[in-house]
Write a protein that binds this ligand. Sequence first.
Ligand code: ADP
Ligand code: MG
Length: 714
Amino acid sequence: MATELNTSIQYLSGVGPKRAELLRRELGIETLSDLIHLYPFRYIDRSGITPIARVAADLACVQILAKVVTRTLYGPSSSIVSQETDPIHWGAVKRLSIIVEDESGRMEMVFFKGIRWNYQRLVPGSTFLFFGKPQAFGGRFNIVHPEVDVPQDGAMAQGTLTGVYPSTEKLKTGGITGKVMCKLQSAALALCLPEIQETLPEYVLRDNALVPLQYALRNIHFPKDAYALQKATYRLKFEELFFLQLSLLKQKYVRSRGECGLPMPKVGPDFHACYNALPYALTGAQQRVIKEIRADLMSGRQMNRLLQGDVGSGKTMVAVLSCLMAIGNGYQACIMAPTEVLAQQHYANIQKYLKPTAVRCALLTGSTTQKERREIHAGLEDGGIGIIVGTHALLEDNVVFRNLGLAVVDEQHRFGVDQRAKLWAKGPGIPPHVLVMTATPIPRTLAMTLYGDLDVSVIDEMPPGRKPVQTMCIGQNRRAAMYKFMRDEIARGRQVFVVYPLIFESEKMDLQNLEQGYEDIVKAFPLPDYKVAIVHGQQSNEEKNFNMSAFVAGRANILVSTTVIEVGVDVPNASVMVIESAQRFGLSQLHQLRGRVGRGAEKSYCILVKDVKTSKEAQQRLDLMCATEDGFEIAEQDLKMRGPGDLEGTQQSGLPINLAIASLAKDGTLLMQARVYADRVLDADPTLSEPRNFLLLKELRKEKYEMKDYSKIS
Ligand code: ADP
Ligand code: MG
């Protein structure tokens, strides 16, 4: 349908093919509709005028009402090309300098572009409004490329709040300045607004005291006043969060009715045998979670549960007991780990737990021999193997189960969405129940959004007896003292992790890389007194396993590594975690790494070694690490400091949907409100098929709400 809204941006006056390409590349804007849905991220109150004498470098933007005194054109290397009376050779001009003055003083306005145009209009003696960010230059202040307006009678005619749009250097040099963007928005709105249709039903607007969409769009771009802006923002944020929750909850509803699951009414003798032989009592949180899982397995619907629990909170135990419930009902279970080392460790632990039972457990990874493989395949097919632990190797086509009833996936973020389908297909006609475990504490607001259609269990209690990890942050000047400390700990029979953020991959950064670090450590901890192992991503599997097991078995005192040890590896005898260039790591990564120590009976330490160049934000992260060990608090702070997009640094893809205006970090309360309301709407009309909900259904059909099963195994 040819409408204004889906007209290419190219045809908007002031754009054209070149700028259209720029807008597409830099901001993903292709149509007028895309443009008007790009909202300002802040607003400048342009009602105030700053006297020149009060201009300071740390002011964001100032508006100056001043008279032009002189205009000077400069050529290359600051030669003066023209000063008023001379004839002008435009080709040689590189810069235009305008000196302006008001009653309080003088300052300079500088132009590198649009020189001729500005030269011609900024005639000495005439007064203008200049707007921009002042910077100190040679002891004075100037503004480069200020926005220039002719002062109007009676303050500013266009309203006093001006939106500031997301922009890039390329956009600015390509001529799409803030002012141009405002003009484009204004033109686009004029064309599109009449076409804009309300997306929320009348009753939803009424219940939530929301302004109509047209009003909201107009005022989000060009606020009539602060109140109108507030109403507009509220409406747009609410709408965004509401539809997000509505789509998630609707999926959940459909799933909980539709997807049937393998019925597992019993607990079974193996569960009891294992449970009764446990060397410790389960924590209250572990018990609660096991009850939740039990209820899922009995429900007749497929379980899709995320189990969150900080490092060391005892998720493995929960996984094993869940597997035994499946076995108690005649099914098999599998546990998938992201790495071979982890799979091995799980396998070793699980075998211990299984001793009092009759269950046979096997390990399948990339390095399983052909002969073992054949036996395992046979055992899985005839049901002789009850629990299989492994890596992605479990997903291979030739791995066939007799009747897989439960799949446990450890550290969910390492698994891709596509693998879920493979796993599901391994069930006996009906997909197996799925339990995804993660040690990444996800703040509540984010969890609600990411996993809105998934059931979430949280182990929020540590097994008794875990000692706090003493965390400190040091500079390079204390390296010698740190080495001495490491020697003392090793002399006590302890082991030390040393982690580096990079491995010879960074051209531009002056980071010590892993290899250099390894050399240094080996020099400081020489043979035969010390043994140092090294593990990194570029080693072959054998090499990695060899080094890793040397450390796990206690044959090496120090393990130098990249973050491959981040997930799950358990070496109770390791009491020191040294993190080099700690300022390079994100909070959740630091937290995960720290979780590798403090697992044994000994007091443990985490030493964050920072480089000289540590930004203020990085320092904040390090300070927070020293201040708390609470994973959820760290996650909340992380969200606040970094925004949800890169919550997980490189690991997590972020949100299932891009939010245009709402912020999960800042709009938690509104998110909650939107969710409660979405719940109410679905409660009254689960399929949204009532006529009054027609608009909602229509909106949810849009592509952006076709969520890619994030909630399942992703
Ligand atoms: P994670 O949640 O990081 O996977 P694990 O399952 O590896 O944690 O458990 C960490 C350690 O705590 C293990 O050594 C485990 O044996 C122990 N553990 C688990 N549950 C309890 C408990 N209820 N009481 C005491 N120790 C426990
Ligand atoms: Mg674990």
